[in-house]
Ligand binder design. Structure first.
Ligand code: SF4
Length: 357
């Protein structure tokens, strides 16, 4: 099947990809009283109904009339579910309407529940150590497909009496390469009559697409921003992140400074620690210089293994030494615990295949 095929109705008719205002306008345009919009919206985003017919709080006549307008509830089906051996991480392989499979991860650490959401099928950025990048790009996800992942995880947690409060757009894909759909999904997810996530608890992770960062600042977006660096010089970064050729560090840092100045927020800088590649005190010192004057927090992530890259994770002692140099430079940092590795659910491991587990 073609990677861009969308059999059946157009994704633009997927109610999960609509804002509440768009739903209200649609009802009005089709002679349905907009007063029913709240019940439909709650059916989609609070009750997580998978079809219009099952929205019990919506009068049957309204359900029939709405369905007759050609809209539908998209969603995805669980193709496979894999739990990590420590029970903290659960990976869902979700099948989309065109049979593409994406991965969504639920992480439970220290009482905090976070969903890691994909934004594309595959990825065009080609970061050398990332399983998604190694597989190439297939297509963008629609806003509805992004929302559907969140609703799936929210449903899993709701069944256990928990509420989903945190999401990270760090799954498969580069969110800023699919800007419109991703930010539309954010708008839908922060709607207070729906999933009602706080924008500050939505972390958008980019490998450094400067125009997208500038657009976030222009639009005054208040999501948390994470920027993956991995190298503090253009040459070192380019060896790991091909897109660095297009947007060199000077441009990227300029956009980051502008973003923090205009939004008032800080930026999380992600650094995958690879033994003998970028894990020495000298690398840490270079990163400290690069981030001087930035409102920054660094997340150090020991490399997670993938089939297509033969690097090894930095040793714990090296990660600690790296962190000490950053501390000296006045830059706060954390060393991420490696979790979900046994089910290939760690950072950079999401391949969108069913070959593991
Ligand atoms: S690390 Fe992110 S941006 Fe880079 S290839 Fe993987 S999914 Fe794409």
């Amino acid at each position: 099947m073609s990677s861009t095929a969308h059999p059946g109705p157009s994704p633009s008719a997927d109610l999960l990809g609509w804002t509440r205002a768009e739903l209200e306008r649609h009802l009005f345009a089709h002679g349905i009283k907009p007063v029913h919009a709240d019940a439909v919206w709650a059916g989609l985003h609070r009750e997580r109904r998978t079809c219009i017919e099952s929205m019990a709080a919506v009068p049957p006549r309204v359900r029939r009339e709405l369905a007759a307008t050609g809209v539908f509830v998209g969603g995805c089906e669980v193709a496979r579910e894999i739990a990590s051996s420590d029970g903290h991480t659960r990976k869902y392989l979700l099948r989309l309407r065109d049979d593409e499979v994406i991965e969504t991860v639920l992480m439970r650490f220290d009482g905090r529940m976070t969903a890691c959401i994909s934004t594309q099928v595959g990825c065009a950025m080609g970061c050398v150590f990332c399983a998604t990048g190694q597989g190439g790009f297939r297509r963008n996800l629609s806003a509805g497909e992004i929302v559907a992942q969140v609703l799936h995880v929210a449903g899993v947690l709701a069944a256990e009496g928990h509420r989903l409060r945190n999401i990270v757009l760090m799954g498969q894909g580069e969110p800023l390469h699919n800007y419109d759909a991703v930010l539309r999904a954010v708008d839908i997810l922060i709607d207070q009559k729906g999933v009602s996530l706080a924008a500050s608890r939505i972390t958008l992770s980019t490998v450094g697409l400067v125009p997208g960062i500038r657009r976030l600042a222009d639009e005054g977006r208040t999501v948390s921003l994470a920027v993956s660096l991995h190298g503090a010089t253009d040459a070192e970064r380019l060896a790991l992140v091909p897109i660095a050729k297009r947007w060199p560090l000077a441009e990227l840092m300029d956009a980051c400074r502008d973003y923090t100045a205009r939004t008032g927020g800080r930026i999380f800088f992600e650094w995958t620690l690879i033994e003998d590649k970028n894990d020495s005190p000298a690398h840490a010192a270079a990163l400290g210089r690069l981030l001087a004057g930035q409102k920054a927090q660094v997340n150090l992530i020991p490399l997670n293994p993938t089939e297509g890259y033969d690097g090894t994770p930095a040793r714990h002692a090296h990660a600690k030494a790296f962190q000490a140099v950053l501390r000296e430079a006045g830059i706060p940092s954390t060393v991420r615990q490696r979790r979900g590795i046994d089910i290939a659910a760690g950072c950079g491991q999401l391949a969108g295949t069913e070959r593991r587990g």
